[in-house]
Design a protein around this ligand. Structure first.
Ligand code: F6P
Length: 199
């Protein structure tokens, strides 16, 4: 059975400062995750019926933090613009605290309808779910294993799709840093799931 792996990028400079968006580098702690990721994945590559290891392809976004995290994975790589993190529009580079302080109405609006709230000049979760449709179709069509190295909102959408999570719950799914999520499609259409944390 083929596998689908999902992981956020290793901790970024912006994660450390609790800022939204941007295109920052990963930190030392993020690099430590990038360094162990190949061991974690290689260990879990399934065998084909002939006993060979199944091919794997690695998909990242076009942002530095995912490319750096995938750097040591010894598999072919593909960059998807559609895997870039949710665009926070005018709030890109700000913290939640700054938004709450400077634009309390926007902050409250997002809190009350996180699925449909669209950042000014940016995106909503609904927008993200829609732009990920081609990616999800490709993952389903793919016969090899796919390792998706992406971002919090993006992985909520992809994980939510494969686990048939109701739309309204997608924006609050737990997708922690430095954790590999392994999904194995079952014959009944459901997914077996395992989470492998690295600390
Ligand atoms: O904080 C990291 C991050 O990837 C931000 O770039 C992004 O805006 C945010 O997570 C998405 O999570 P939420 O929708 O919960 O704000």
């Amino acid at each position: 059975l083929r596998k689908i792996w999902l992981t956020r990028h290793g901790e970024s400079e912006y994660n450390r400062m609790a800022l939204l968006g941007g295109d920052s580098n990963i930190t030392d702690s993020g690099r430590a995750y990038a360094a162990v990721l190949p061991d974690i994945v290689i260990d879990r590559v399934p065998l084909t019926s002939e006993g060979a290891t199944m091919p794997v392809s690695v998909w990242t976004s076009t942002l530095k933090r995912t490319i750096q995290t995938a750097e040591h994975l010894p598999f072919p790589k593909l960059r998807w613009k559609a895997l870039d993190e949710i665009h926070a529009g005018i709030f890109d580079g700000m913290s939640y605290e700054q938004i709450e302080e400077q634009q309390p109405e926007e902050f409250r609006a997002r809190k009350s309808d996180k699925l449909r709230y669209r950042y000014p000049s940016g995106e909503s979760y609904m927008d993200v779910i829609q732009r990920l449709e081609p990616v999800v179709i490709e993952i389903e069509r793919e016969r090899e294993c796919v390792c998706v190295v992406a971002h919090q909102a993006i992985l909520r959408a992809i994980y939510g799709y494969f686990t048939k999570t109701p739309l309204k719950d997608i924006p609050r799914l737990e997708i922690p840093l430095h954790t590999l999520i392994e999904l194995v499609p079952k014959p009944d259409g459901r997914m077996a799931e395992e989470r492998i944390p690295f600390d």
